[in-house]
Design a protein around this ligand. Structure first.
Ligand code: PRP
Length: 183
């Protein structure tokens, strides 16, 4: 069903539905923060946000992790303005922080084809971290080729093009406080 949601942030664009509202997201992010806090009782923990899509999720998540952490970023791009993954993942920014000997938690907004993670996890593994895990807010569960388990998952995502809470279409809609399915 297509509904026009009266939200000035959508600039008149119709969205099919709100897949995850603000309250639902906030509740699950708090749970993930608690899960992560419990999973790392000791050692240095470096939370690596994969930009740009994870910027809102990351900022909410780190404030729910109740232990010392370091935060740094990775910038990769695969989709460009298209609605399907090109598989051509480019690393545009590399973390400045040392990875060796630390627990590394790579934070993603969404796992779709898994191509981005396959490429980045292989690259991070080479830097001898103490452990290396993935936290994704959304997981489409279609990544047959994904070679890594996603240890922390917020929600199983519908097989639709999702925007909001950091996710974009051609850099639009990242600022929506909810996650919507684009028409
Ligand atoms: C999107 C998303 C994930 C990746 C998932 O990033 O943020 O990082 O694609 O897709 P995959 O599992 O099929 O590889 P995008 O390249 O659009 O960049 P962005 O984070 O800057 O929006």
């Amino acid at each position: 069903m297509t509904a026009t949601i009266a939200d000035p942030r959508l600039s008149g664009r119709a969205v099919k539905r709100i897949a995850f509202d603000e309250e639902t997201i906030a509740g699950r992010v708090a749970e993930l923060g608690a899960e992560i806090t419990e999973a790392y009782p000791d050692g240095d923990l470096l939370v690596l946000g994969l930009l740009k899509g994870s910027f809102i999720f990351l900022s909410d998540l780190v404030r729910k992790i109740n232990r010392p952490i370091q935060v740094d970023f990775l910038v990769a791009a695969s989709y460009g303005d298209a609605m399907v993954s090109s598989g051509n993942v480019r690393l545009l920014y590399d973390p400045e922080t040392k990875l060796e000997g630390k627990h590394i938690l790579l934070v993603e907004d969404i796992v779709d084809s898994g191509k981005t993670l396959n490429k980045l996890m292989a690259l991070l593994e080479e830097r001898s971290p103490r452990s290396l895990e993935i936290c994704a807010l959304l997981h489409k569960r279609i990544a047959d080729e994904l070679q890594y388990e996603t240890r922390f998952v917020g929600f199983d995502a519908p097989h639709e093009f999702l925007v909001g809470y950091g996710l974009d279409h051609a850099e639009n809609f990242r600022h929506l406080p909810y996650i919507a399915s684009l028409q």
